[in-house]
Design a protein around this ligand. Structure first.
Ligand code: ZN
Length: 254
């Protein structure tokens, strides 16, 4: 489970408990778990970043002081914030430009990739396996004021629902038997209901992404794509085998 969630956690767990076994130590379970947590944090933040960098992936900023920020600290804590250096520099360009244009706005990222191994999927995202993909949050307003507040604590699962006259892709996919399509609603870890979808700023962000020559594609729900009216063939529908994309933007480079 630790390997699926964090890639390196399972290895640190085995190493940690292996050491106690070799030493024939009778330390309590609590001490062993505590030492695992300390070892996991040390390995995650001191050992992994330089090794990952030498193998071609770099961590994104883990504090909220810059213009590119984790929406939730759980993402870097689980080592799910690694990308190719090219994607990092594109993201920083985009976030700096958005922030220069409007200092109230930053770019919040969600799941990216693990630090190592092309093809090792970052579940539940099957395609986040090569350092080229990342999910970003939409923008929302609170009492018409712009900012960086988001409706879901995890970043996923609070949807911008289609209107009655828009394509309802969720109904289409679920009627075809794709039960997982709106599964993200179960993993919000709580949230808030006082925010409104900020169409204008979300459109600015998507436009910034699709105008870059390195961008391969952006995945977003059909009714959001129709509202954005960007008419760009890099914006695509992900298919019913994936999950709803009216709670985040999936961005990937070539
Ligand atoms: Zn994605």
């Amino acid at each position: 489970m630790l390997t699926v969630l964090t890639q390196i956690g399972g290895t640190v767990w085995l190493f940690n408990f292996g050491v106690y076994k070799v030493l024939k130590s009778s330390k309590s379970k609590r001490v062993k778990v505590l030492s695992f947590i300390v070892a996991y944090l040390l390995v995650s933040f001191l050992v992994i970043p330089p090794i990952a960098e030498s193998l071609g992936r770099v961590p994104l900023p883990i504090t909220k002081s810059g213009t590119l920020i984790p929406h939730n600290y759980i993402t870097p804590l689980l080592n799910r914030h690694y990308v190719k250096p090219k994607l990092k520099s594109e993201l920083l360009d985009i976030s700096n430009s958005i922030n220069t244009d409007n200092p109230k706005l930053k770019v919040s990222y969600l799941d990216a990739n693990f630090p190592f191994i092309d093809g090792f999927p970052l579940l539940p995202h099957l395609s986040h396996n090569d350092g080229r993909k990342i999910d970003l949050t939409f923008y929302y307003t609170q009492n018409k004021k712009e900012g960086n507040l988001k409706p879901s604590n995890m970043g996923y699962g609070k949807f911008v629902e289609p209107n009655q006259n828009e394509v309802n892709q969720t109904n289409i996919c679920k009627s075809k038997g794709h039960w997982q399509y709106d599964f993200a609603k179960f993993v919000t870890l709580g949230g808030r209901n006082d925010l409104e979808f900020d169409f204008q700023n979300t459109k600015k962000l998507v436009r910034q992404i699709v105008n870059r020559s390195t961008t391969h594609k952006v995945l977003i729900e059909p009714h959001i794509e129709n509202r954005l009216r960007l008419n760009n063939d890099k914006i695509r529908f992900h298919g019913c085998h994936a999950v709803r994309h009216d709670d985040h933007i999936h961005y990937q480079i070539k």
